[in-house]
Design a protein around this ligand. Sequence first.
Ligand code: PLP
Length: 417
Amino acid sequence: MTLMHALTTTKERGLIIPIPQVEPRTAIPLQNLRIPGPTPVPPAVLAELASPVINHRGPEFAAILRRVTARLQFVFQTNAPMLTFPASGTGGQECALVNLFSPGEHVVAITIGHFGNRFAQIAERYGLQVTRIAFPWGEAADPAIVETRLHELAPYRGVLLTHNETSTGVTNDLQTLSALIRRHNPDALMVVDAVSSLGCIPLDMDAWEIDVVFTASQKGLLCPPGLMMIAAGPRAWEANAQARLPRFYFDWARARASLERGQHPVTPPVSLFYALDLALEMLLAEGLEAIFTRHRHLGEYVRKHVRAIGLHLLADPVSASNTVTAVRVPEGIDAKALLNTLRERDQVVLAGGQEHLSGKIFRIGHMGSCEVRDLFTALNCLQVSLKEFGFAAGTHREERLAQWQHYKRGQRTRHAS
Ligand code: PLP
């Protein structure tokens, strides 16, 4: 830089960055958010976000971290160390891979949709040798096929699995798959993406001998997006000591050492920890079994009434997810226009399809903070809109109403007892 250049002001050099002219801020609308994550956050949890920010190296944060860690272990059904990172679900996929493997190692990815593919892609980016056992979108992994393919593909160091495939609304039979993988290869590292299942449907990490499970805050855990939690069992920690993939931000060893001091290696999103602290208290108060039952009812309710409207499900009912339902778009209906109408007119927000299913399906989320009344409203609005779009929707509103009233009576009885 010349002296002359240094002495001229930004203004003289014509390098003024103008104040941006942006659209004014508007109030965030109150919507019936029925996408499969992020999910609605209960008002009490939202209120926690407004608490004052505290020192993340102080005793108050340490107490929160201790509570959250112990409760997460319970929700994961594990005694394994539980680490939390500021990240989303994709961060969980990356975090698991970089802490477990070395370049060139062979892993098998069991994929049934978009998020299983993403997991495999990240592994490839990090230089792992990835073999996919891929199933058609809308189907669960068939244990018999997995078993045969594993025999053909051995040796392999790890298996990547998606518990619940959010892009297709399909749940894998994780208990059966994990048992057969363990039987076939007792040393395999079993890594499970539980982003859209944990805290909604059963997952017993230790009992099912799974090595690593991760999830994120914005689905079943009643929180806004921003936190990822990952548990790693003894076999995974042994692998971690040998794993040579590069890592820094997601390094388990650093996170575990900090956790022992009641801290986090980086500045954690303390406000999200307040939210998670209360959310876990609420989840435990409801009880895991009650949560699983609620989600089973929600899944059955949606599937039953989607069919009653005259629509078709993408998934086979046997493996249909109790956290998200994928619905085929009827012939001749513009899915984007339908979802826009629902959002703008009824404040009902559904999700579209991903990749080749874009325009072919839409998805209804029913995980986390969700009750039948939310689905009742959403399905009624859907039925009305479909009719306006020219689809001869069924007329099962009365049945839906009766079922809702039945459900409400049950709830009142529960509360009264
Ligand atoms: N895995 C699954 C099963 C998911 O459902 C998602 C997101 O929906 C992800 C991974 C990626 O999570 P994120 O979008 O939070 O990065």
